[in-house]
Design a protein around this ligand. Structure first.
Ligand code: T4K
Length: 375
């Protein structure tokens, strides 16, 4: 490995050039570039099969998928949505942009997902939905959240941006809740350059979402039914998705091997906590978060800087907390774990082309800086 080369937190996985070109050739031949073309239909079909759900709608990116998912329920403005501050700001902006109010629930420190035991106390007569995040691809406690939602007659929308390919006891994580969004951004383990999807489990959301993502125009009647936006996935993006989909298992398997090497090399270090999926979960190894704990003798930010000096570019996913913006202020005592995570987590580089030598170099560097080794 070349130590002068930057090691970035991620690099996009790319399909075989010939495979992608064969789809592009079809686009050139048909001159159909966007607006629900043939590749769009084909890609949606393949995703339906994979996820085991017919209610699939593609979007130009994950954020617009989130916005549309919420908009399709037409909640009264000012209604409250319980979510977590430990996420990417997109989750919160989707709530706010729909005229709704995010109410922040703390997270658990063993998997960074929403603490379902704290949701109940946040429910008011204005609450309409819960929007938890399967952060890093770790599933929320879907059963418990479902019970709470049923008891209080609330909808559940998952931000599943990180969770493509995750299953619980063989069932896709996207088949829980009323609807789940996925992100197919280039930085995700599977991508369409930019892209996203909504998977519905509450009647059939597809027709309404298709109208919303097409300016609000109903193609069947040609009437404008509501104020929508343009959030369609184009054919080149679908071509990328179709080219990479057959690679999904290999991508996840390779990421798993990389993570297992990390586990081995960091195991002896008492100052670093690593995380494993819970029983029954097939994880997708979409990120590799570690906690630089209080025994490490170094702060997360110091380690972040020290790694950068050695050309290792980890990321502080997720800092700052989403509750720290002017438009989302919250009482500090209620989000203690989220605050701790945002100040102690580093996401280490992880992608299929990351060389084992590079992982060894990253761990050696960490183990030199965090000098608290287990016996
Ligand atoms: N909900 C959650 C929980 C999310 O995490 C996200 C997005 C969303 C919703 C919204 O989904 P999308 O609308 O994005 O589909 C990235 C991504 O842009 C974003 O998709 C992601 N979450 C977020 C956590 O991370 P940045 O600002 O960290 O990305 P950037 O450009 O710094 O890239 C990271 C690394 O990847 C760089 O070191 C270089 C490398 N890279 C990146 C790109 C784009 C490449 O090598 N090639 C590339 O083309 O936001």
């Amino acid at each position: 490995m070349n130590k002068n080369e930057k090691i970035l937190v991620t690099r996009p996985v790319l399909p075989d050039f010939e495979v992608y070109s064969s789809y592009v050739k079809r686009i050139f031949d048909s001159k159909w570039l966007t607006n629900q073309g043939p590749l769009h239909q084909e890609f949606e079909g393949k995703l339906k099969e994979l996820i085991g759900n017919d209610d699939i709608t593609l979007f130009c990116n994950g954020h617009m998928a989130l916005e549309a998912m919420l908009k399709s329920y037409n909640f009264k403005k000012g209604s409250e949505v319980i979510t977590t501050p430990y996420t990417f700001i997109s989750t919160i902006n989707a709530i706010v942009n729909n005229g709704l109010k995010p109410v922040f629930c703390d997270i658990k420190l063993d998997d960074f997902t929403i603490d379902e035991t704290k949701i109940g106390s946040l429910i008011t007569d204005k609450t309409v939905a819960i929007m938890p995040v399967h952060v890093y691809g770790f599933p929320c406690n879907v059963e418990a959240i479902d019970k709470i939602a049923k008891k209080h007659n609330l909808k559940v929308f998952y931000d599943g941006a990180h969770a493509f390919g995750v299953t619980i006891n063989g069932k896709s994580i996207y088949n829980y809740g009323d609807a789940t969004m996925a992100s197919f951004h280039s930085t995700k383990l599977f991508h369409t350059i930019e892209g996203g999807m909504v998977v519905g489990n509450d009647g059939y959301l597809h027709d309404h979402l298709t109208i919303l993502k097409n300016f609000g125009i109903n193609e069947k009647t040609t009437l404008v039914e509501e104020s929508g936006f343009n959030a369609k996935m184009n054919e080149f993006a679908c071509a990328m998705g179709l080219s990479l989909l057959p690679e999904l298992d290999r991508i996840i398997e390779t990421r798993k091997e990389k993570v297992e090497l990390y586990y081995d090399l960091l195991e002896s270090n008492k100052g670093i906590d690593t995380f494993k999926p819970k029983e029954g979960v097939k994880w997708n190894y979409s990120y590799f978060p570690v906690i630089i704990n209080d025994e490490s003798g170094i702060t997360r930010d110091e380690l972040f800087e020290a790694l950068q000096e050695e050309n290792i570019f980890s990321r502080k996913y997720f800092y700052p907390l989403c509750s720290d913006n002017d438009y989302t202020k919250v009482k500090e005592k209620d989000i203690k774990n989220a605050r701790y995570a945002s100040e102690h987590v580093l996401s280490l580089p992880l992608y299929p082309d990351l060389e084992d030598e590079q992982i060894k170099y990253i761990c050696e560097t960490i183990n030199n800086k965090v000098k608290v080794l287990k016996k």
